[in-house]
Write a protein that binds this ligand. Sequence first.
Ligand code: DON
Length: 304
Amino acid sequence: MNFQSVLDEIDREIRPLLGAEGAVACYIPGLARVPVAQFGIALHTREGVEACAGDAATPFSIQSVSKLFTLTLAMRYLGDALWERIGREPSGNPFNSLVQLEHEQGKPRNPFINAGAIAIADRLVSRGQGKADLLAFMSDLCGEAVRYDEEVAASEAATGFRNIALANFMKSFGKIDNAVGEVLALYFHQCAIHMSCRQLARAAAFLCRDGAHPFDGRPEITTERHTHRINALMLTCGTYDAAGDVAFSIGLPCKSGVGGGIVAVVPDQLTLCVWSPALDASGNSLLGLKALELFVAKTGLSIF
Ligand code: DON
């Protein structure tokens, strides 16, 4: 299949729609300033073939897309013990909701809602993993130095009252071991990782290679079994309260972020990253989802 011409076609179809619908995430001041009329798409195949179109080289704030990478690290360090603190069920609620935590004794429904990702950050802090380790992991995965957008991290720290509440609430149930400030510093920084579609499609490629590093010959990132489980969680929980709809209309494991990025996996074949900053009501990139729908329609690549 000529993936480059498929991505060029998608870029041509999406571009006239830029700016028409949706809105950038305004609750994080550092994101509110991002120009809305941007769209990028990139893919990386199991064999290492890459294709990209549009603004695929423009870095953006990866936000919750980071949660799939911190989950990968936490599964590596903790194995099944991870699931004592974090569930594996879709929440059916917005990503920053507090309501289920009270009835469920501070155990987040899954690793991708904010509470779950904060609980993962706590597990990583307990393993001595910090900001520098995470950045080194991301840079190794994509083969290029990546950085934190410190302005975005600082603006989340200054205004992230819900996340501060979620962390303290879980701590009150004895479900966070480390100082809340230290855990949130890692969480706010992971969300502020600055990467492009091209870098993210490449970095996530271990998910279409049974856990092998995106580049041949390097040590495994994770096991085949963990890879299957991460893909399962992305399908059921990766786009929050829209996960059912996304499975229905796209049929690929996806992980979205409020920066407008979405990583999608065609297991055993390729990883894709789309980016466009305007979001729908669930916090998923509106044109990113549209582009993924077009990709599946044009290629027939879907897990169903
Ligand atoms: O904590 C937050 O609210 C953001 N830093 C991340 C949320 C996010 O990306 C949800 N994804 N769609």
